[in-house]
Design a binder for this molecule. Structure first.
Ligand code: PBG
Length: 330
C-alpha cells in the first residue's frame, strides 16, 4: 500500500468540491440584529466602542429595520436607552417608555415580515445599572432582590407583549424569571408570545461596549447573578431549569469564548439554541481589522461559522445586516 492511504486533501482541491462537501451553511434568516433606540434623539449617534453600531432615533430605527428586513435578517432585538432612570427601572414597564414605543414602531413597520424581539431586563432603566431592584435595608442591602425583581419582569413582559414584541428575551439571570413571565402571559391570554431565555449568561468582560451603547453606569458588577466564566456544567443546570419553566428558545452568551458551553447545550435540549455574539466580540475584531491585523470580512464570517458549528441555530450579531449581504452575494 502506498503511503498515505487516506488523502483528505482530495476533497479540498477545487471550489466546487469544497462547496459540495461543506457541512453547514449560514442563512441570513438565522441572523438577528440587536438595535438600540434612545429617547429624545433626533439623529442617530455612533457608539465609539462599537464601530458601525448606532443609538437610533425613533425614525432612524424604523428606516434601519426596513433595511435589515430587505437584507434578509431573521429578526430584530430591541434595547431602549431612556432619558431618565430610577431605582426600580420604571421606564421598563411604562407603555410610553422608550423601549415600548420603539417596539410599537417596529411592530407597525415590519412586524408582518420579521420577528420583533424585546430585551426583558431592568439594567437599561435602573439608575444603579443592575438587572433588578435592590434590597434596601438589612444585611442584604444593596444586593439584587431576586423575587421583587420577578414582579418587575412580569409587568415589563406584559407591557412589551402589549407593545407588539413577539419574542421576549429574558436576560436578567434571576431565578424563576421564565416561569413567572410565562404564567403571567398565559393568564393574560398571551400564550402566543415566545420566551427566549438567556439561559446560560456569563458575567463577562465582553459586555463592556454595550454599557456605552445603553449609557449604563453599573455600580459594582453582576457576578452575584450571572454565571462564573469558569463554570461549564452549571450552564446545563440553568438551561434545564429554563426549559422546565417554559422557555421556547435558550441562548448562550457570549458566543465565541463559550463554544464549549454552546456545544453542550445543543446536545442537551430539544428546543432551538441561539447564541449572542456580544459587543466585546465585535469590538475585538473591529479594532484588529482597523489596524490591518485581520481581514475583517473573513474573520467575521469565520466567527459566525464557528458559532453555528458549535451548535447555534441562530445568532444575535451586530454584523447581521452586513453578514446577510455577504452571504447572499455568496
Ligand atoms: C442585559 C444585557 C446585557 C447585554 C445584553 N443584555 C448587559 C449585561 O448583561 O451586562 C450585553 C450585550 C452585549 O454586550 O452586546 N440587559
Amino acid at each position: 500500500m502506498p503511503f498515505p492511504v487516506e488523502r483528505p486533501r482530495r476533497l479540498r482541491a477545487t471550489p466546487a468540491l469544497r462547496s459540495l462537501v461543506r457541512e453547514q451553511r449560514l442563512d441570513p434568516a438565522q441572523l438577528v440584529l440587536p438595535m438600540f433606540v434612545k429617547e429624545g434623539l433626533d439623529v442617530p449617534r455612533e457608539v465609539t466602542s462599537l464601530p458601525g453600531v448606532v443609538q437610533h432615533s425613533r425614525a432612524s430605527l424604523v428606516d434601519a429595520a426596513h433595511e435589515a428586513v430587505e437584507a434578509g435578517v431573521g429578526g430584530l432585538m430591541l434595547f431602549g436607552v431612556p432619558a431618565e432612570r430610577d431605582a426600580r427601572g420604571s421606564g421598563a414597564d411604562d407603555p410610553d417608555g422608550i423601549l415600548n414605543l420603539g417596539l410599537r414602531d417596529l411592530a407597525d413597520a415590519v412586524g408582518d415580515r420579521t420577528v420583533v424581539m424585546a430585551d426583558l431586563c431592568l439594567d437599561e432603566f435602573t439608575d444603579h445599572g443592575h438587572c433588578g431592584v435592590l434590597v434596601e435595608d438589612g444585611p442584604r442591602a444593596g444586593t439584587v432582590d431576586n423575587d421583587a425583581t420577578l414582579a418587575r419582569y412580569v409587568a415589563t413582559g406584559l407591557a412589551q407583549a402589549e407593545a407588539g414584541a413577539g419574542v421576549l428575551g429574558l436576560s436578567g439571570m434571576m431565578d424563576g424569571q421564565v416561569g413567572v413571565v410565562r404564567a403571567a402571559l398565559d393568564e393574560a391570554g398571551r400564550d402566543d408570545v415566545v420566551l427566549l431565555a438567556y439561559a446560560a449568561k456569563y458575567a463577562s468582560a465582553f459586555y463592556g461596549p454595550f454599557r456605552e451603547a445603553v449609557e449604563s453606569t453599573l455600580v459594582g458588577d453582576r457576578r452575584a447573578y450571572q454565571q462564573d466564566p469558569a463554570n461549564r456544567r452549571e450552564a446545563l443546570r440553568e438551561v434545564r431549569l429554563d426549559v422546565e419553566e417554559g422557555a421556547d428558545v435558550v441562548m448562550v452568551k457570549p458566543a465565541l469564548p463559550y463554544l464549549d458551553v454552546l456545544s453542550d447545550v445543543a446536545a442537551a435540549v430539544d428546543v432551538p439554541v441561539w447564541a449572542y455574539q456580544v459587543s466585546g466580540e465585535l469590538a475585538m475584531v473591529e479594532a484588529a481589522a482597523a489596524n490591518g491585523w485581520l481581514d475583517r470580512e473573513r474573520t467575521i464570517l469565520e466567527t459566525l461559522a464557528s458559532v453555528q458549528r458549535a451548535g447555534a441555530d441562530a445568532v444575535l450579531t451586530y454584523w447581521a445586516v452586513e453578514a446577510a449581504r455577504w452571504l447572499r452575494r455568496g
